[in-house]
Write a new protein. Structure first.
Length: 117
């Protein structure tokens, strides 16, 4: 089993920045074996991918956040982070951390990000 705990959410004004972190623990897989990702779910909408970072270091971003968001991982600390800049009201959502190694997916409980206009 792998446990994921997100932190860093909060209320920020449009144009501001936030850094989300996800700490992994557990013994099923080594952290560096996991593909990691950040997803978000806004009220009334489906959960969507924000950014992903493979175990090999390849990053992918949703078009809506490209240029504003950076995903990174620290395998020594078992953490993955999401630096978000130039935040917009439409970025308001619960942000979830996901770790996966086929065929298993692990999810955190989420952290709320609210961007005020």
């Amino acid at each position: 089993q792998v446990q994921l705990v997100e932190s860093g959410g909060g209320l920020v004004q449009a144009g501001g920045s936030l850094r989300l972190s996800c700490a992994a623990s557990g013994s099923t897989f080594r952290f560096n074996e996991l593909n990691m990702g950040w997803y978000r779910q806004a009220p009334g909408k489906q959960r969507e991918l924000v950014a992903a970072l493979s175990s090999g270091g390849t990053a992918n971003y949703a078009e809506s956040v490209k240029g504003r968001v950076t995903i990174s991982r620290d395998n020594a600390k078992n953490t993955v982070s999401l630096q978000m800049n130039s935040l917009k009201p439409e970025d308001t959502a619960v942000y979830y951390c996901k770790g996966s190694r086929w065929p298993v997916n692990y999810w955190g409980k989420g952290t709320l990000v609210t961007v005020s206009s």
